[in-house]
Design a protein around this ligand. Structure first.
Ligand code: PMP
Length: 340
C-alpha cells in the first residue's frame, strides 16, 4: 500500500510548473513552485512539520503542550493542522486585515483565533505579536514557536524547499524570486541554493508599505503603512530574515500584485494567492537580467483564501482596484513597463 502515516507526511514535494503564456516575449523561462499544494494550503506547512518534529524530539513539545503563535494565517493553519493530528490545543493571534477564509480555516481545525488590530506598532500591547507573547506567558504549558525570531524557520526551508527546487531544476536555476514575510522561506532556500551554486541570484519581494526594501538598499527604516496584500512585508526588522543571502529586493504595490495573481489564475489555471502575484510581478521585472535562463518563483498560498477578496470583482472595485475584463500576463507586463 502506498499511503502516508498521517497528513503531516504528505507535506512537501510540491510541483514545479512552467509559466507558459509569456513564452514569446519574456526573456527568461519562469517556473512556479506551487506551495499551495501542501495539505494545509501553504508553504507554511513545511515550517509547522519541521518545528513540531524538532520540538517533540528535544522534549519542548509534549502531549500537554498548547501551541501559541502569531500568524498572518498560513503558519496558523499549518500549526492548527498538525495540532489536530497530535490532539493538541492551539491558539493563534492574527491581524484583522487578513481574510475571513483564513480565520475560518483555523477555526475549522479547532484552533482558538484571537484577532488583533493591524494598524498598531509591533511593540503595541494590542499587536498580534504582543498578544501572542502575552498568551504564551499566561497559558499553562504554552509553547510559542515565535516564527519571526526562530532559526528553525529558515532551517525548515534549507532542509526541504531548497533541496526540492535544486532537484526539480537539475541545478539549471539562475534566479529564485520569493516574497518576504518572516523571511524564513527566502533565507533557507536562498542559503541552500547559493551553497550549491553561488551564482544563483536570490530576489526578495516586498510590498510598498513594508520596511525590508529600504533597509536592504539604503540601511534606512521607512515609515510603514498598511497595504492589502497578505503574508509579506513587515513593519519592523525581523530576525528570521538573512539579508546576506539576498541579492536584491524588489518593491511591488497592491494593484500590480493582484493583477498578476488574477492573470495566473485566469491564464495559467493556477489558483494562487495575492503574494504569489507580487512574486510573479517582481519576476517579470527582473527577467531581462536572466535572458535565456531559468527563474523559479515561489507561490506561497492558494486563491481559495482570497475568494472574498482580490478574486472577487466587487471587492476589487470597492478597494479602488481596476477590474480587468480579461486579466492577462501581457497586460501585467505592460503595467510593469516591460513592453514598449
Ligand atoms: N505569502 C503568504 C501568503 C504568506 O502567508 C507568507 C508567510 N507569512 C509569505 C508569503 C512569506 O513567507 P515567509 O514567512 O517564509 O517569508
Amino acid at each position: 500500500m502506498k499511503a502516508f502515516d498521517s497528513v503531516i507526511d504528505a507535506i512537501g514535494n510540491t510541483p514545479l510548473v512552467r509559466i507558459r503564456k509569456h513564452d514569446d516575449c519574456c526573456p527568461a523561462q519562469l517556473y512556479a513552485k506551487l506551495e499551495f499544494m501542501n495539505p494545509g494550503g501553504s508553504v507554511k506547512d513545511r515550517l509547522a512539520k519541521y518545528l513540531v518534529s524538532r520540538m517533540e524530539r528535544d522534549g519542548t513539545l509534549t502531549a500537554n503542550s498548547v501551541l501559541v503563535e502569531n500568524s498572518s494565517g498560513n503558519t496558523g493553519a499549518a500549526l492548527s493542522m498538525v495540532a489536530a493530528v497530535r490532539g493538541l490545543r492551539c491558539v493563534v493571534t492574527i491581524p484583522d486585515k487578513m481574510s475571513r477564509e483564513k480565520i475560518s480555516r483555523m477555526r475549522a481545525f479547532g484552533t482558538e483565533v484571537v484577532i488583533a488590530p493591524t494598524a498598531v506598532d509591533a511593540d503595541d500591547p494590542r499587536s498580534y505579536y504582543s498578544l501572542a507573547r502575552q498568551l504564551a506567558n499566561e497559558i499553562p504549558n504554552a509553547v510559542y514557536p515565535d516564527q519571526y525570531n526562530n532559526p528553525l524557520n529558515a532551517l525548515a526551508h534549507y532542509e526541504s524547499t531548497g533541496p526540492e527546487i535544486w532537484e526539480q531544476t537539475g541545478g539549471a536555476i539562475d534566479a529564485f524570486v520569493c516574497g518576504i514575510g518572516t523571511g524564513g522561506t527566502i533565507s533557507g532556500v536562498g542559503r541552500y541554493l547559493k551553497e550549491r551554486k553561488p551564482g544563483v541570484q536570490v530576489i526578495g519581494v516586498d510590498p510598498i508599505g513594508s520596511v525590508f526594501h529600504d533597509y536592504f538598499h539604503h540601511k534606512q527604516m521607512s515609515k510603514p503603512h498598511v497595504y492589502d496584500v497578505e503574508g509579506i512585508g513587515e513593519d519592523y526588522l525581523v530576525k528570521a530574515v538573512d539579508f546576506s543571502v539576498i541579492d536584491d529586493i524588489v518593491q511591488v504595490n497592491d494593484a500590480a500584485s493582484f493583477a498578476a495573481a488574477r492573470s495566473l489564475v485566469r491564464e495559467e489555471g493556477i489558483l494562487c494567492g495575492g503574494s504569489s502575484g507580487s512574486a510573479l510581478y517582481a519576476a517579470l521585472q527582473v527577467a531581462p537580467r536572466f535572458a535565456g535562463g531559468n527563474v523559479v518563483v515561489l507561490l506561497p498560498d492558494s486563491g481559495n483564501m482570497y475568494l472574498s477578496k482580490f478574486l472577487d470583482d466587487e471587492w476589487m472595485a470597492g478597494r479602488g482596484h481596476e477590474v480587468e475584463s480579461r486579466p492577462s500576463l501581457m497586460a501585467t507586463r505592460e503595467k510593469a513597463g516591460l513592453i514598449a
